[in-house]
Structure formats: structure tokens, C-alpha cells
Write a protein that binds this ligand. Structure first.
Ligand SMILES: *Cc1c(COP(=O)(O)O)cnc(C)c1O
Length: 388
């Protein structure tokens, strides 16, 4: 077994030592005032990272998927209609979850590698005169394809259609790594988890709710028990949880937010962009296309790289793990065997990224792909050694 870091999967991401230490705590009474000193700074930190002054933050012991479930089950009722686009594995899973809950999902099917189609959202919402659609689901960063969509454009589509639907955004692989503007985009629910941009172990579902979404939790809802927003809100008022909170992870989250804010959000996003750009230049030097269909869709947290026809991309991932002890991401769903993914988010530097690029190169040469050792590395080095 290799526990060698860095990993190049798009989550869970590398955990910095400071965060590992922050999570390592003795037992604490979770009804004590000491807990309030962990909970409230964590909530406040998340709010700042979402660039929001208005959101209420909720943190459940769960993962991003539990965060979606929280969003859906607290605000919608069986039979409600929602609008969603399917352009990868994660957007597909949102849709399936809604269907399991008995919601009617109006699906816009897109080729994987495409971004969210604001024009199609607009068209469908404008035609929904009866306002049957209660919410629009948008995956900000589709981790399966390395596609980052324009959420501001989705918001504009809803507004221009003069439609009251809520906007729910999956920011699991963007929040804390790519600019996310909760207030400016008038997001109603943003969802993420602890193990991606926040650089922590998995275990927390993190949500931001607008006041509009919050109001919906008292009137609508599938009446969830564990993931109940109102129970959580009531308990936060007395510095507690409706059940035993994962204090170590919350302490980690408090520290993680502080780390990101100390670095400066602008710097954090710029670092992700620079690292991603170096990876993309290397990929270009290998003459391999990205799954993302155009440069405006390129994700700064993950690159999904298409391998040549007839080659099984999963072999790269297996070989990297077995021979070099390095983790890359496999292709998921429709693009399984067709792409491999280099995750480049969280606790990562240019130099760490170079090790991933170099490893990918060795694997591809080992497996007989027509790539010259050092070709990608050289362009990435050249990019990283100059200021951007
Ligand atoms: C990782 C991820 C999820 C799933 O989150 P879990 O924490 O694994 O439940 C959902 N959406 C996106 C975009 C992701 O990257």
C-alpha cells in the first residue's frame, strides 16, 4: 500500500499537516461553550469563502452527496418539478437523486464535455408560464469532465425569464478553489463537502442557504429527519447540534477557512488557475485533447484528458498506482476508459504539480503511447518559472 502524497485525484485532496493536527482533538463536551468557539468561526469562515453576507450556513456530518440530499429534501415536495442539465457523472447523480425522491426532473441532455446551456435554461423557464419548475440545479464544476460552467449566466437566464425558481448549485469541486459568488449570483443553495477545496478528510456536508431557500424549509419539504435544516438552525441558536457533531472535523474546517482567507481568496484562485494552466500546457504538448469542449469551460481544479482511440485510459491510473504509487482519477460513466483525470485542487504547489505531470508522462511512455519524456514537463516548467 502506498500512502504517498501528493495525490492527483480530484478529491479527496492532500491534507496539509496543519489541518491534520487541527482535526486531532481530545474529546470535548459538545454542549459546552468551548464548542461554540469552534462552530461559529467555522460557519463564519464558510460564509466568507462563499462571498456572502446573507447566507445561513449549515454543516452536517456527511459528504457532498448528503448536502444535495439536504438541499432537495428540505425545500421541495414530492411531485415538484425541477430543471437540470446532464453533462457528466455528478450532474447525473443529482438528477437520479431527485427522481428517487419522486420529483419531476426536466432534463437537458448534453454531450459530456459541454457546459451548462444558459440559453436552454432560459427557453424552458420562459415557457413555464405556470411556474411549475420550483428549482434549477446547476453543477458549477463537473468533476467527471473537467468542465466549469458559468453560474452568473444561469442566474441571468432565470432572471430574464422572470421565473421564481430557486437556484441550487453544486460547488463541491469549486468552492474554496474557484471563485464562487453566492450573493452576486443570487444562489439559493450552495453545496460542498470537506474533502476537496477545504483540504480535509471527507465527513462534512457544507451548505449555504439564501433567506428565500430558508423560508421554503418551513413550508415545503419532504420532511427529512437527519438532514433537517430547521432542527439544525434551532440547535445552532444554542451552540449545539441535534446530535453529536464531528468536532475534530469542525475544528479542521475552522482552521481551513482561516488558512484560505489568510492566503487570500484571490490568491487561492490565482494559484489554482496557474497550476491548472501548467497542466493544460503539458497536455497540449502531449497532443491529447481535454474532454472539456472549449477553453472557456476549462476547469481550474481538474483536467479530464482524452486518450487515443483503442487505448484504455484506466490503464494509466492503474499503472501509476502500481508502479509509482501515485493516484490519478479514472474516467467515470460515459467517459470510463476514455479519459483519465489529473486533479489539481486543494493543497498543491507548482512543484507538486510537476511531479504529477512527470508521473503521467512516465506512465504513458511505459504503456506505449507516442509521447516524448519531458515534453509536457518542459512546457509546464517554462510556464511555472515565469510570473503570472
Ligand atoms: C465529489 C463531488 C460530489 C460528491 O461529493 P461526495 O462528498 O463524494 O459525496 C458531488 N459533486 C461534485 C461536482 C463533486 O466533485
Amino acid at each position: 500500500m502506498s500512502l504517498q502524497n501528493p495525490v492527483f485525484i480530484p478529491g479527496p485532496t492532500n491534507i496539509p499537516d496543519s489541518l491534520r493536527k487541527a482535526c486531532d482533538m481530545p474529546t470535548m463536551d459538545h454542549r459546552s461553550t468551548d464548542f461554540a468557539d469552534i462552530l461559529h468561526p467555522a460557519l463564519k469562515g464558510v460564509k466568507e469563502i462563499l462571498k456572502s453576507k446573507t447566507a445561513d450556513i449549515f454543516i452536517f456530518p456527511s459528504t457532498g452527496t448528503g448536502g444535495w440530499e439536504t438541499a432537495i429534501s428540505n425545500t421541495l415536495a414530492a411531485g415538484d418539478s425541477v430543471l437540470a442539465a446532464r453533462n457528466g457523472m455528478f450532474s447525473s447523480r443529482w438528477i437520479e437523486m431527485c427522481q428517487r425522491y419522486g420529483l419531476k426532473v426536466k432534463v437537458i441532455d448534453l454531450p459530456w464535455g459541454e457546459g451548462l446551456p444558459a440559453d436552454r435554461y432560459h427557453e424552458i423557464l420562459a415557457a413555464d408560464k405556470a411556474h411549475e419548475i420550483k428549482c434549477v440545479l446547476a453543477t458549477h464544476n463537473e468533476t467527471a469532465t473537467g468542465v466549469c460552467s458559468d453560474i452568473a449566466a444561469v442566474r441571468q437566464a432565470i432572471d430574464e425569464a422572470k421565473h421564481p425558481a430557486l437556484l441550487f448549485v453544486d460547488g463541491v469541486s469549486s468552492i474554496g478553489s474557484i471563485d464562487f459568488r453566492f450573493d452576486e449570483w443570487k444562489v439559493d443553495i450552495a453545496v460542498t463537502g470537506s474533502q476537496k477545496g477545504f483540504m480535509l478528510p471527507a465527513g462534512l456536508a457544507i451548505l449555504g442557504l439564501s433567506q428565500k431557500a430558508l423560508a421554503r424549509t418551513s413550508t415545503a419539504g419532504l420532511n427529512p429527519a437527519f438532514f433537517n435544516i430547521r432542527d439544525m438552525a434551532d440547535n445552532y441558536a444554542s451552540n449545539a447540534y441535534p446530535y453529536t457533531p464531528p468536532i475534530g472535523l469542525l475544528q479542521g474546517l475552522k482552521t481551513s477557512c482561516q488558512m484560505l482567507l489568510d492566503e487570500g481568496l484571490h490568491q487561492v484562485f490565482a494559484r489554482h488557475h496557474r497550476i491548472a494552466e501548467g497542466v493544460r500546457r503539458a497536455v497540449k504538448a502531449w497532443s491529447m485533447p481535454l474532454c472539456a469542449m472549449s477553453p472557456n469551460l476549462y476547469s481550474d481544479t481538474v483536467s479530464a484528458i482524452r486518450t487515443p482511440e483503442g487505448f484504455n485510459s484506466t490503464d494509466i491510473v492503474t499503472h501509476a498506482a502500481n508502479k509509482y504509487g501515485v493516484a490519478f482519477g479514472v474516467g467515470l460513466g460515459q467517459v470510463a476508459g476514455k479519459v483519465f483525470r489529473i486533479g489539481h485542487l486543494g493543497s498543491l504547489t507548482d512543484v507538486m504539480a510537476l511531479s504529477g505531470i512527470a508521473t503521467a508522462e512516465m506512465c504513458m511512455v511505459d504503456l506505449g503511447l507516442d509521447i516524448k519524456l519531458g515534453s509536457g514537463i518542459a512546457v509546464a516548467q517554462d510556464y511555472y518559472r515565469t510570473d503570472h
